[in-house]
Design a protein around this ligand. Structure first.
Ligand code: ZN
Ligand code: ZN
Length: 306
């Protein structure tokens, strides 16, 4: 069996000020064609259109914090969804104040008879499981920024074991017993002999994981949460020479992002949320690669497959 598609598409990689090539923060996680939007900076709906992702397919949105560069795209996106005839529920996970802001704005927008926005407040004090379905678990965890801010961890659910076709056929195991075997059960033959699961299966596919960490200072407390994950997106607003400014504004340098990747033993790092002062981010990437070689810059439209 092949692994399900699991990817992250960058819609915006700039920090507070958008530029002609970088929109503010937003990205889409796609696991088996189910879409999870993280943050919604201004112009997110344009980027979705540009990169061929259908806005109407998004039913879950995760908002790290309420700074404008992470939320100003929401009214436009929601309005477009309504005009597009979206039905059912749109779930938004965010600080509880977002509902108050959006309720005011939505009074002036189109009617939403077929379509309801459901708000879920995040916990900014401790790690929490905020969403779960048959394929994925999503945790939020506190970051350290000027206002309450959360990171998000996307973890695939454990996969089923692979059946050993030769053994299954030889023993003529009925279809109804195969489901339990894929889940780890032993098999009892009609004459009462127990065949251990290890003889019936090959190991399952590895479980993949992705974490999103922006905006934040370098924060050691998140290391155990993101330990050993496949892909980490961490903000790198500034180059090393502006480390004082990073600290003062509760942001990180690219070197700090790389340091975190090393200490958390992640497999691959994407840096983004670049200050608009950098026309080229080569210096930031080089500084990060000096610490953690498997670093890549986020560019709008980039897709990273897990
Ligand atoms: Zn920001
Ligand atoms: Zn911020």
């Amino acid at each position: 069996m092949t692994m399900l598609p699991f990817s992250v598409t960058i819609l915006g990689s700039s920090s507070a000020l958008p530029t002609l090539t970088r929109f503010p923060t937003a990205q889409v996680v796609n696991l088996n064609e189910k879409l999870y939007l993280i943050d919604c900076g201004e112009g997110t709906q344009i980027q979705l259109r540009k990169f061929g992702i259908k806005a109407g397919k998004i039913n879950l949105i995760f908002i790290s914090h309420l700074h404008g560069d992470h939320i100003f795209g929401l009214p436009g996106l929601i309005s477009t969804m309504a005009l597009g005839g979206k039905k059912g529920e749109l779930h938004i996970y965010s600080h509880s104040d977002l509902k108050m802001m959006m309720d005011q704005l939505m009074k002036f927008m189109n009617d939403f008879d077929d379509f309801k926005v459901v708000y879920h407040p995040l916990n900014f004090h401790t790690r929490a499981i905020i969403y779960e379905d048959s394929k994925i678990t999503i945790d939020s965890f506190p970051l350290k920024h000027r206002i309450p801010c959360c990171g998000f961890l996307f973890r695939e659910k454990p996969h089923e074991l692979h059946l050993r076709g030769d053994v299954i056929n030889y023993l003529n195991i009925p279809i109804r017993d195969r489901v339990a075997i894929k889940g780890g059960a032993d098999y009892c033959t009609p004459d009462g002999k127990i065949i251990p699961n290890q003889e019936l299966t090959f190991p399952s596919d590895p479980v993949r994981s992705y974490a999103f960490c922006t905006d934040t200072v370098f924060r050691k407390q998140i290391i155990p949460i993101i330990d050993n994950i496949d892909l980490l997106y961490h903000e790198a607003t500034f180059a090393g020479e502006l480390s004082d400014l990073a600290l003062k504004t509760y942001h990180s340098t690219s070197k700090q992002a790389a340091q975190l990747a090393v200490e958390a033993r992640v497999k691959k790092l994407i840096i983004g949320h670049f200050s608009s002062r950098y026309k080229s981010v080569t210096t930031l990437v080089d500084e990060a690669r000096g610490v953690f070689p498997n670093t890549f810059p986020a560019n709008d439209g980039d897709r990273f497959d897990l």
